[in-house]
Design a protein around this ligand. Structure first.
Ligand code: AMP
Ligand code: MG
Length: 267
């Protein structure tokens, strides 16, 4: 995974990152799927421990172009975890009330509490993506947001939150295929939004906005990972591996109980 982490000191160019490779796993798709099942189980156990111990807070940020697989990642990576203690927050076009506040207001309210994992399906990064590409606020306003976001995340980390940020990097051709699949399959048709084609028309602008935010907001304490996302199984595998590794690094313990079980007799 180190290979995919954006190091703060080194400027990256998105064009150097392939969207359809799977080089960090030496196995085939079916082996990758089998490995994911093992990771699902590990994640289930670790999440229960996180909840029981109630010390750590984990925030997982998912960003990517339409059809990059944000919803699929939530479904497949978190398969089997106890819904109590894991929460998904999806950020849509801001409401009038949200717009009447600063852009981090709605975000901060959704951050994880102790013992909880929260997955952001889109996030505050929309405020330097769609907002930038569509000129929803003047440049001098969005330009300041990179530093604000770094500071905001730094504060969350200092207060005990662990942050992992995944950019699901898909190719333009793969997006086309996935849109077409949504049109062709009656059970997926509901996911097709004609407005997504308008966003697609600004592909290069979005890639540029992503490249900038990756360079400006990947820090030691809140790193970005660029996930090759054309292969769904590989995307799931990389993210699941990173989550398991991170949770293991917490070295959690089940909380002690002062009750000696041998002294208890239940009638
Ligand atoms: P979806 O994730 O497909 O349900 O779409 C949500 C839509 O909300 C996307 O088009 C996002 O670009 C848009 N969105 C999310 N956050 C913001 C924001 N802060 N400002 C404007 N649009 C946003
Ligand atoms: Mg959509």
């Amino acid at each position: 995974m180190e290979h995919y982490r954006v190091k703060p000191e080194k400027e990256i160019h998105l064009k150097d990152y392939e969207t359809n490779e799977s080089s960090a796993f030496d196995g085939k798709k079916k082996d990758g799927k089998k490995r994911l099942l093992e990771l699902n189980e590990e994640l289930e156990t670790l999440q229960e421990l996180l909840y029981a111990e109630g010390k750590h807070k984990l925030l997982v940020v998912l960003q990517g172009m339409d059809a990059a697989g944000k919803d699929g990642t939530v479904r497949h990576v978190f398969e089997g975890v106890n819904p109590q203690g894991v929460r998904v927050s999806s950020f849509k076009v801001p409401t009038a009330e949200e717009l009447a506040h600063d852009y981090l207001w709605r975000i901060h309210k959704q951050t994880p509490r102790s013992g909880e994992i929260v997955i952001f399906n889109r996030s505050h990064y929309e405020d330097v993506l769609v907002v930038r590409v569509k000129n929803l606020v003047p440049e001098k306003v969005w330009k300041k947001r990179y530093a604000q976001i770094r500071e905001f995340e730094k504060m969350l980390v200092e207060e005990g939150t662990t942050i992992l940020k995944f950019f699901l990097h898909i190719g333009k051709e793969e997006q086309k295929a996935r849109f077409q699949a949504r049109l062709d399959d009656p059970t997926k048709h509901w996911k097709f939004n004609p407005d997504d084609l308008k966003v697609r028309a600004f592909w290069e602008d979005y890639q540029q906005a992503y490249e900038d935010l990756l360079n400006k907001t990947s820090t030691e304490e809140a790193p970005w990972y660029i996930i090759p996302a054309d292969k769904k199984w590989y995307r799931n595998l990389l993210i699941a591996e990173t989550l398991v590794k991170t949770l293991k690094s917490f070295q959690m313990q089940y909380p002690a109980n002062s009750v000696d079980p041998s002294t208890i007799h239940i009638e």
